[in-house]
Design a protein around this ligand. Structure first.
Ligand code: HEC
Length: 176
């Protein structure tokens, strides 16, 4: 199956080139950096909270990129559970988080300086994405930025689960 296989996603050439250019433009200093943060439960918990609040809107809690925003972007946020992210060095991921990706929707985050603990903790989380448990995702859902509509929907779900009246949207259809 060659590179011009018809089943290849449209735009993969551009995406691939943009990605390669980015790799070349990551300063060598960053490419070689190792994550100084110990990726323990504390670091992961902090990173989950940070991710749920700042990153999930585009990347999804699980890193799939399957979000309302992500789907509408070009280039799209990649599925970060796959090798194309996993094979990047700690420092590459860190520099992407700190400086963003020019000409894409990926904004720059992080604090000035090279020892930005929270950005390194996010690198821990990115490495952990493929093993994320449903419980972790659920905990992150609760930390995602919410709209009023989300809150109302949750309130209704909760009421329903607690034996209250079914939500208005789930009114049973009258059968003849
Ligand atoms: C507004 C949408 C948006 C938000 C918010 C966002 N990103 Fe991104 N991110 C993107 C897009 C789009 C790309 C793909 C850029 C590209 O194709 O080079 C990306 C790419 C990345 C990459 C590179 C992945 C790879 O495989 O090359 C990393 C790492 C990343 N984002 C981390 C984060 C983190 C951590 C946060 C939160 C602190 C975050 N992003 C928030 C849109 C976003």
């Amino acid at each position: 199956m060659g590179p011009f296989d018809a089943r290849a996603e449209p735009g993969w050439v551009e995406t691939g080139v943009a990605r390669a250019v980015r790799t070349w433009t990551v300063p060598a200093k960053y490419r070689q950096m190792r994550n100084p943060v110990a990726c323990d439960a504390v670091a992961l918990a902090a990173a989950r909270e940070h991710w749920a609040d700042h990153c999930a809107v585009c990347h999804g809690n699980n890193g799939s990129g399957q979000t309302m925003f992500g789907r509408g972007m070009y280039p799209k946020p990649p599925d970060m559970r796959t090798d194309q992210t996993r094979t990047q060095s700690d420092g590459e991921l860190y520099s992407t988080i700190k400086y963003g990706v020019r000409l894409t929707g990926m904004p720059a985050f992080g604090e000035p300086g090279d020892h930005d603990h929270s950005s390194w903790a996010l690198v821990c989380l990115i490495r952990h994405l493929p093993e994320m448990t449903p419980d972790e995702e659920l905990a992150m859902r609760a930390m995602n930025p919410k709209t009023e509509a989300d809150r109302e929907e949750e309130r209704q779900e909760e009421e329903f689960l607690n034996g209250g009246t079914p939500p208005a949207t789930a009114t049973p259809v009258h059968r003849h």
